[in-house]
Ligand binder design. Structure first.
Ligand SMILES: [Fe+2]
Ligand SMILES: [Fe+2]
Length: 256
């Protein structure tokens, strides 16, 4: 009951949003552009229209709008210390889920926004060229990571948990991989460097550019956090499992 006045306040605050123009809403918080996108409304097409009119025209239920705004508003990050307490298989699932959401949601969303930009200035033309290159590098990183690293870590987990489907002798499949080496390479990787530099140069003189710049900056923070989970949690725990695996193999050899 103690939280009720706060909830009522939040609800009233959200209700006020319907009287505002789309441009004002997105200008207040760029995240709402994403919430509108998932409701089927591209903000750049309706900057001067009131949300209430669009909802009526499109038959969009107000409760759905509030729910969507609230969800995007309150999507907070799980603290690193909490992820450290997860079992390794859960960390792996969390990372896979993030990869999937980058590829399916984030990257197409921003690519579409960039497509809407007028490419008359050199910097915008550069952005239209650099962003797809970044996407290609980034997706390659994800696929390679899942096919090699995640697959190997999953094997180590299965053997450690004595999963009968995983025969330890299948280690030959990963004999060319070195977790220490992969970690060293991973720590130095930074696919976003070029894009980050370019974004710092782009003049923000309209709402669309403002949303794109803020989205790319937010994604930069997101993937720094994602890499931190991989570098500081996934790799150390996997290296520990790898050590245990080779120790158990050694004692088996001695027994034979
Ligand atoms: Fe990753
Ligand atoms: Fe990674």
């Amino acid at each position: 009951m103690g939280n009720l006045p706060y909830v009522v306040f939040i609800f009233e605050d959200y209700m006020k949003v319907f009287e505002k123009k789309i441009g004002e809403i997105v200008d207040e918080n760029y995240i709402y552009a994403r919430a509108l996108h998932y409701l089927g409304l591209e903000f750049y097409n309706y900057e001067d229209r009131k949300l209430i009119d669009l909802c009526e025209e499109r038959g969009i239920d107000r409760k759905r709008v509030i729910k969507s705004f609230y969800q995007f508003d309150s999507s907070t990050r799980i603290p690193l210390d909490e992820i450290k307490t997860y079992p390794l298989e859960l960390t792996l699932e969390f990372l896979r889920y993030s990869h999937n959401s980058y590829i399916k949601n984030y990257l197409p969303y921003v690519a579409n926004l960039i497509n809407q930009l007028d490419g008359r200035s050199t910097l915008i033309r550069d952005l239209k060229m650099v962003f797809p290159l970044f996407v290609e590098d980034f997706i390659n990183h994800i696929y390679k990571e899942e096919d090699e690293l995640f697959d190997y870590v999953e094997f180590l987990i299965d053997v450690h948990q004595k999963n009968p489907d995983k025969n330890p002798s299948r280690i030959w499949k990963y004999s060319s991989l070195s977790l220490e080496q992969l970690r060293a390479l991973h720590v130095d990787e930074d696919e976003m460097a070029g894009l980050r530099e370019l974004i710092d140069e782009i003049p923000v003189d309209n709402l669309l550019t403002d949303v794109i710049v803020k989205e790319i900056q937010a994604f930069n923070r997101e993937i720094l956090f994602h890499s931190e989970i991989e570098n500081e949690i996934l790799f150390p725990k996997a290296i520990e499992l790898e050590c245990l695996f080779y120790q158990s193999m050694e004692s088996l050899c001695r027994l034979n």
